[in-house]
Write a protein that binds this ligand. Structure first.
Ligand SMILES: Cc1cc2nc3c(=O)[nH]c(=O)nc-3n(C[C@H](O)[C@H](O)[C@H](O)COP(=O)(O)O)c2cc1C
Ligand code: SF4
Length: 405
C-alpha cells in the first residue's frame, strides 16, 4: 500500500523522501514585526516530525503593504534572517524538505486586518471587503519587484530548499497577469507581454544576481471568471517559468471574488484534473492539491498521473499525524477535517473569518500553540467518527434534495 506515495522523488537538486506535501498555509502567528516566533517553528517542524516529504510555509510577504493581517510573516529585511534560518533548519532537522511561499496580498488586502494601504495594478474592489485598491505607480511597481528579489535572495540564504512564488488566488502577481484585475494602459497592462512584465522583471533581476534552481510557483488553473485566467491562458507563463528552471508547480484555482465556485469545484475533485492537465503541458514536476482527504486518494492521484506529489492543508491541520499514521498502518486512527465532509461546516482554522483572527482547529488531534491554555478536548475517536458520519449524511441529503445527479 502507498507504494508511490512512499517513494522518493527528485525535485530540483533535492531528493524528497516521499510524495507528500503540506500545502502552503499561513497561521497568523508572527510577531507584530512579521518575525518568526516559537509557535511558527513548532507548527511547521511538527509536520516534518510526522513524515511529510515537503513542508511549505504559506504567504510570507515581501513588502510592508503586502501582508494580509497584522501577524503575517515578512521577509527581505536583515531582521528577518535569523528567525527564517531557525525555521528552515528546524524543518529540515526532521527529514522534510522546506519550502517558503513569497507573496504580496495586492488588491485583496484589507486595511481593517492589516492596518496597511490596499494597492493593486488597477482600481478594484473585492465585493466582500469593499475597499478600493489604490493604483500602483511605475516607481512603486519597480520597488515591489526589488522587494520580491530581496525576499527570494534572503529565503535562499536562510537555507530553504524551495522558494515558491505565489502567482495565484488573486494576489498581486496574479492581479498583474489577469486581464480581469489588470486594466492598466502602460507597459504593465494590456497585451499579454505587458501583463507578464512584473514576473519577468523579478526573474530577470534574480538571474543577474544569482542563477537559482530552487524557484517554484503557485499557479492558477481557473479563476472562474470569463476575463480571468485558466491553464490555456497561462501557457506562455508556464513556458517562461520552464525556461527559467522552475523546479515545481503547485496548482490551485479561484480568487476571493469567486470563492464559492472554488469550493464547489474543489469538492468535486476538479483540482486534480487541473494538475493532470498541467502535467501534459510541462516536464516540470506538478503538485496536485485541493480537498485531498487521505493518502489513499493521494496514491490514486499519483497512479493516474494527475500529479508528481500531492499537497494537503486542512487534512494536516485537522491531524498533523495523517502521514505517519497512514504509512504505519493506522489510517483508521486519523481525525478527519469537518469541512472536507460538509463544505462550510467549519471555518475555525480560517482565521481571517474569525473576530479574534486566531488560527485554531476543532479536532482533538490538532496542533495547539505552545503558549495556549490547553483545555482538554474529547479524544474519543469514535465520537469524532460519529460527528463526521452525521455531517456526511446531512451533505448526502442536501445533494439528493437539490435534485442533482
Ligand atoms: C488556514 C489556511 C491558510 C491558508 N494559507 C494559504 C497560503 O498562505 N497560501 C496559499 O497558497 N494557500 C493557502 N491556503 C490554501 C491551502 O493551501 C489549500 O489550497 C486549500 O486549503 C485547499 O486544500 P485542502 O483541501 O487540502 O485544505 C490556506 C488554507 C487554510 C485553511
Ligand atoms: S478547523 Fe475545521 S475546517 Fe479547519 S482543519 Fe480543523 S476541522 Fe477542518
Amino acid at each position: 500500500m502507498f507504494k508511490i506515495v512512499n517513494s522518493p522523488i527528485k525535485i530540483g537538486n533535492q531528493i524528497i523522501r516521499n510524495r507528500t506535501v503540506s500545502s502552503p498555509v499561513s497561521i497568523n502567528k508572527a510577531n507584530e514585526n512579521g518575525e518568526v516566533t516559537d509557535n511558527i517553528i513548532s507548527f511547521f517542524s511538527n509536520l516534518s516530525k510526522n513524515n511529510l516529504g515537503m513542508v511549505t510555509i504559506g504567504a510570507v510577504s515581501v513588502s510592508e503593504e503586502g501582508t494580509d493581517t497584522k501577524n503575517g510573516m515578512r521577509i527581505g529585511e536583515d531582521r528577518y534572517l535569523e528567525g527564517l534560518k531557525n525555521l528552515a533548519s528546524e524543518i529540515k532537522k526532521y527529514g522534510a524538505k522546506s519550502s517558503i511561499q513569497l507573496f504580496h496580498v495586492g488588491a485583496q488586502g484589507n486595511s481593517h486586518l492589516s492596518n496597511k494601504r490596499v494597492v493593486g495594478p488597477s482600481k478594484y474592489i473585492v465585493p466582500d471587503i469593499g475597499i478600493e485598491a489604490q493604483v500602483l505607480t511605475i516607481d512603486e511597481i519597480k520597488k515591489i519587484e526589488d522587494e520580491f528579489v530581496k525576499g527570494i535572495i534572503q529565503a535562499n540564504e536562510a537555507g530553504f530548499d524551495f522558494i515558491e512564488i505565489h502567482m495565484a488566488h488573486g494576489y498581486l502577481l496574479h492581479e498583474f497577469l489577469s486581464p480581469h484585475m489588470n486594466k492598466r494602459e502602460d507597459e504593465y497592462g494590456g497585451s499579454e507581454n505587458n501583463r507578464l512584465r512584473i514576473v519577468k522583471n523579478i526573474i530577470g533581476k534574480i538571474n543577474k544576481i544569482k542563477k537559482l534552481n530552487n524557484l517554484a510557483a503557485r499557479l492558477t488553473a481557473d479563476d472562474f471568471h470569463e476575463d480571468g485566467l485558466n491553464l490555456k491562458k497561462i501557457n506562455n507563463l508556464i513556458k517562461y517559468l520552464d525556461e527559467n528552471n522552475f523546479c515545481y508547480y503547485s496548482v490551485t484555482a479561484g480568487i476571493y471574488e469567486t470563492a464559492k465556485q472554488k469550493y464547489i469545484h474543489m469538492k468535486e475533485g476538479t483540482y486534480w484534473e487541473y494538475s493532470g492537465e498541467l502535467k501534459k503541458m510541462t516536464k516540470t514536476p506538478v503538485i496536485a492539491q485541493g480537498n485531498i482527504t487521505s493518502l489513499r486518494e493521494g496514491e490514486d492521484i499519483l497512479l493516474k498521473k494527475q500529479g508528481d506529489m500531492f499537497g494537503m492543508a486542512q487534512s494536516l491541520i485537522a491531524d498533523p499525524e495523517i502521514v505517519s499514521k497512514s504509512l504505519n498502518g493506522k489510517e483508521d486512527q486519523v481525525y478527519n477535517c469537518l469541512a472536507h465532509v460538509k463544505v462550510g461546516s467549519c471555518h475555525r482554522c480560517r482565521y481571517v473569518k474569525r473576530e479574534d483572527h486566531n488560527f485554531d482547529c476543532v479536532t482533538p488531534s490538532a496542533w495547539r500553540p505552545i503558549d495556549s491554555v490547553k483545555t482538554e478536548r474529547k479524544k474519543d475517536l469514535d465520537f469524532w467518527k460519529q460527528t463526521i458520519e452525521t455531517l456526511r449524511i446531512q451533505e448526502e441529503n442536501k445533494f439528493k434534495n437539490s435534485g442533482r445527479k
